[in-house]
Design a protein around this ligand. Structure first.
Ligand SMILES: Cc1ncc(COP(=O)(O)O)c(C=O)c1O
Length: 482
């Protein structure tokens, strides 16, 4: 029922000790009166002076509420005149109600991209709190947070003085180009380096830029599920290639695919190193501009038994390799920074795509990281973690062999942050994983990392993120479950 002018103030109840301020309360009550149609379109409201006196509030309180409602389109205000209601609330609500009643409840119709993503269970496990011995994690407790906080602070203080614009900050690009050249044998100009929120973002960006639905992509099998998920979602036909002692096995005699995804430094999940001969074979099979390789060097910094093997990207002289890295493993997983070294021919397109998708890392954090690297903290942390993770790998291998040797065959990797242990009997790795999770130990079933019929059964276990006493406790729990 429409309301007379005298009644308006009677419909408003303001709580002076309420949680919301008077302006917020008055604004929302007037909004509701208009939306419900009780103050109809064309209705002239009392002046701010009059309403303020009726409600016993200051005139400013009423003026602020009127201004807010005018900004939202509910009222029109013009100088020297009383506010006028601009919306016919009753009519609008009726229309919205009628439309809503015609909508059938049901499943939203997703895009092919989102539907494909829903078909994979990756990365749902990351929603749960971190528990020993979840693979793929660095030890965040060992990260030099005080030093990092100083870099962040200095970067924030300088924020007003630096050039706005470049989404891939030049200082970080330079620092990374130098680090990658000297430590990973990557050959790249600083301008080829794109800074992204994660390695996964790099895979999504590459897939969005290169894949036409139906294109073939080769991946390792077993392999990294995040990569297969990104390519599948883009409509690629993802083919898993098995492994031998030299790494991913090449398919001979078939047409080369659009993309080949590989983890040659430490194959995910087996930790194996791809031989130089196999790297050269894959490179030779790639015609420039037709077939591209993605080298995912997610934890190539960690090597324990031998010198690190230089990147595959460094062997390529024809610009066919994307080199992907992440700071999740070398620093901590919540740093949310990764990078992509783009082949020169695709650099500009990838940068356009990066801006469109919005895969841009915060400038402050990029600048802080540039300083962290330039001042030597990054390499110092890496050296310390290499020693620590080496000892933890040996500890986990020793504990598993001692307590679980009858059930599991441990494959000690020469580097990385995780290892696999194959079941000596049977193939019930998923059942084992379930039982272990209930007991408080988190692992991943090897068979769940296969694309087709699993070739391997066993467990993938992380050793980097846990102290030796935590590793021992987890292995004791595992022994009680087997
Ligand atoms: C092989 C491999 N590549 C990439 C990633 C993803 O790294 P990010 O956390 O930077 O997306 C992971 C994470 O576990 C990984 O195992």
């Amino acid at each position: 029922m429409p309301v007379s002018e005298a009644m308006i103030s009677g419909l408003i109840v303001l709580e002076r000790s309420g949680h919301d301020g008077l302006v917020a309360q008055l604004t929302s009550q007037l909004r509701r009166l208009i939306a419900s149609g009780r103050l109809g379109k064309g209705r002239v409201l009392p002046s701010s002076r009059r309403l303020a006196s009726d409600l016993d509030v200051s005139r400013n309180t009423v003026s602020f509420a009127f201004e807010q409602l005018a900004a939202e389109g509910y009222l029109e205000m013009s100088h020297g005149r009383r506010p006028v209601v601009m919306i016919d609330g009753a009519e609008r609500i009726e229309r919205v109600g009628a439309a809503a009643s015609r909508v059938q409840p049901g499943k939203p119709r997703l895009s092919p991209w989102a539907s494909k993503l829903r078909e994979t269970d990756w990365p749902m496990s990351y929603l749960a709190p971190l528990r020993p011995l979840r693979p793929g994690h660095a030890d965040a407790r060992e990260f030099p947070n005080e030093i990092w906080a100083r870099c962040l602070r200095r970067s924030a203080v300088r924020a007003g003085k630096r050039e706005l614009g470049p989404v891939n900050r030049p200082r970080l690009r330079e620092a990374l180009a130098h680090y990658l050249a000297t430590n990973r044998g990557v050959r790249a100009a600083a301008e080829q380096i794109m800074i992204l929120p994660s390695a996964q973002a790099a895979l999504t960006l590459i897939a969005a830029t290169l894949i036409t639905p139906g294109d073939e992509v080769w991946v390792e099998d077993p392999g990294y599920p995040g990569a297969a998920a990104a390519f599948r979602a883009s409509g690629a036909r993802v083919i898993g290639l098995g492994l031998d002692e030299q790494g991913m096995q090449r398919v001979v005699g078939t047409a080369a695919p659009k993309l080949i995804f590989m983890t040659p430094s430490h194959q995910h999940p087996t930790g194996r190193l791809m031989s130089l001969a196999r790297r050269s074979e894959f490179l030779a099979a790639c015609r420039p501009g037709k077939t591209w390789i993605i080298e995912d060097d997610y934890d190539g910094e960690f090597h324990y038994d031998s010198r690190p093997v230089p990147s595959l990207q460094g062997l390529d002289t024809l610009g066919r390799v994307f080199y992907v890295g992440t700071f999740s493993k070398v620093m901590t997983s919540d740093i949310r920074l990764g990078y992509l070294v783009a082949p020169p021919a695709l650099r500009d397109t990838l940068e356009i795509a990066q801006r469109h998708i919005g895969l841009i890392a915060a400038s402050n954090i990029q600048e802080a990281l540039a300083e962290f690297i330039a001042d030597g903290h990054f390499l110092a942390h890496l050296r310390r973690m290499r020693r620590l993770y080496h000892a933890r790998r040996d500890h986990l291998v020793g504990e598993m062999e001692r307590r679980l040797g009858d059930f599991l065959e441990v494959e000690a990797p020469s580097g990385g942050i995780q290892l696999i242990a194959r079941l000596k009997r049977g193939s019930a790795d998923r059942t084992a994983v379930k039982r272990l999770v209930e007991a408080g130990v988190e692992t991943r079933a090897l068979s769940s990392l296969s694309l087709g019929r699993p070739r391997d059964h066993g467990l993938l276990l992380g050793f980097a993120a846990w102290r030796e006493n935590e590793i021992s406790a987890a292995v004791r729990t595992m022994a009680s479950c087997f």
